[in-house]
Design a protein around this ligand. Structure first.
Ligand code: FRU
Length: 483
């Protein structure tokens, strides 16, 4: 199908369905979603000129995965967004079944996209190629004659190029599967962005580390080499690796010709977090993730009936604290607050459960600082989900009804290194992000609570004293070129 035809049909679909999507009480206020259909990975995140360009994996005609296009938002401030026409749609033999994930860079004033051309036969993956497109105006993209085929020893699972520059050279990492069915990250280099040479497998899964590594990202943080990726096939281990697929990172170091790395660590402890991508802007390392996990309860989302599914996380800034990556909401999120001053309360609860005056709402930011914590402290949210802390084990647990069977409760835990001292929580109509102890741990999850409920109930066994602040948050504004 020609690009024009794709855009015309997508426009029609948006027209037809956006009223339905927007009427859904679970529609997010300040988290980006697709205007209709399915959103997954953040792609091509970049600050180009004054604008942050945020592309997204988008399945516009259905609420399932399938043939993907690159949707396209841009913003100067993370408050006012423009939704452009899709940047990339299948149009060539090598991307006929989808323009899959990838990244963006700037070179000589031009915006370059690198993406995966996905092809299938009878519903099975046939081949994947790394391809590129370029734009002068940041709105229309011209596909280039660059095509990378998988190297020897790699199966057709070969995708998600992330490109960056170091000195005068360009580098690319690609997610892959080896013929031994292990996840791997492949490294390429180039001097002109057209001719790429395969360097080596930068990293490869050990026995227990999964059969496919998706969405690799490579960057420096505080002088350290970080390789981030989303592995598939890691088995649950006690409280770790509980989701169907994971997202996390390893720290590495160049030793002679070898790049040596440490253990894989998870980036998030919640139910929905996958395929994060980072980029550098204004001296900051920013990251957005997909608030979803492939093949995990996707059919049970209540939003399917309103023709949409999934959203992104809020944009976060990464830092290294000497031990781990810490994540904090970017400073721009403060502009979402509807008032400068929060509602502020100090509360002591002892062997009791109760609400705290005026600390309620649905689209809000809640910051809690603990002065003392009893044996157990918990907050129950909208009679649906609960976050509880068990002091003797330093264990923080998020629970919610199982999406496929509301009679059952499911749990995600993290064992904190240090006692709980603060929680920074972002609630949207159907999600929760909790930044624990200044972002040392994060829980990212969807929550489909009754839309009419706004109450938080706090519990303490023993005596807990905490300071709590609340801001209501306003929806971001989206000007749509597709409406
Ligand atoms: C990760 C992923 C990528 C792929 C894309 C397709 O969620 O599977 O590996 O490029 O989604 O939408």
């Amino acid at each position: 199908m020609e690009k024009q035809e794709w855009v015309k049909r997508i426009r029609e679909e948006v027209h037809k369905q956006e009223g339905t999507v927007n009427s859904d009480p679970y529609r997010q206020a300040y988290h980006l979603m697709a205007p209709v259909g399915l959103i997954n990975d953040p792609n091509g995140l970049i600050k180009w000129g004054e604008d942050y360009h945020l592309f997204f994996q988008w399945s516009p005609f259905k609420t399932g995965h399938g043939t993907k296009v690159w949707g396209h938002y841009h913003t100067k401030d993370f408050v006012h967004y423009t939704l452009e026409e899709p940047a990339l749609v299948p149009s060539e033999w090598y991307d006929k079944d989808g323009c899959f994930s990838g990244s963006a860079i700037e070179e000589q004033g031009m915006l370059h996209l690198f993406y995966t051309g996905h092809t299938e036969e009878n519903g099975e993956i046939l081949e994947e190629y790394q391809a590129s497109a370029v734009s002068e105006d940041g709105r229309t993209f011209r596909k280039q004659e660059m095509l990378l085929e998988r190297p020897e020893g790699i199966t057709p699972h070969f995708r998600d190029p992330k490109v960056w520059k170091e000195g005068q050279r360009w580098y690319m990492v690609v997610g892959a599967q080896t013929e031994e069915k292990r996840g791997a990250v492949l490294l390429y280099e180039s001097s002109d962005l057209k001719q790429w040479s395969y360097v080596k497998r930068l990293a490869e899964a050990l026995q227990e580390e999964g059969y496919m590594w998706e969405c690799p990202d490579f960057f420096r943080l505080d002088g350290l080499d970080i390789l981030m990726f989303s592995p598939q096939g890691i088995a649950p281990d006690d409280i770790s690796f509980q989701n169907t697929y994971q997202a996390g990172y390893v720290i590495g170091r160049q030793k002679g010709a070898q790049w040596e790395r440490g253990d894989f660590r998870e980036l998030d402890r919640g139910f929905e977090f996958y395929a994060p991508q980072t980029f550098e802007a204004d001296g900051r390392r920013l990251m957005i993730g997909w608030m979803g996990v492939p093949d995990q309860y996707e059919e049970a989302h209540p939003t399917l009936q309103n023709q949409w599914i999934h959203s992104w996380t809020l944009p976060r800034e990464l830092a290294w604290n000497g031990e781990r990556i810490v994540q904090t909401p970017i400073a721009e999120t403060k502009a979402w607050r509807t008032s400068e001053l929060p509602v502020s309360r100090t509360e002591t609860i002892e062997n009791d459960q109760r609400e705290v005056e005026d600390i309620n709402g649905r689209v809000m930011e809640v910051a809690i600082d603990f002065e003392q914590i009893g044996d157990m402290w918990a907050v129950e949210m909208f009679h649906e989900a609960s976050l509880s802390y068990k002091k003797s084990r330093n264990l923080l647990t998020l629970s919610r009804p199982h999406p496929e069977d509301a009679e059952q409760t499911q749990f995600r835990h993290v064992q904190l290194d240090k006692p709980l001292k603060s929680l920074h929580m972002f609630f949207d109509h159907s999600s929760l992000e909790v930044f624990v102890n200044d972002g040392e741990e994060v829980f990212t999850s969807r929550i489909f609570a009754d839309a009419a409920l706004t109450d938080l109930a706090f519990t303490s066994l023993g005596a807990s004293t905490f300071h709590v602040k609340k801001w209501d948050l306003a929806p971001v504004e989206i000007e749509s070129e597709l409406s």
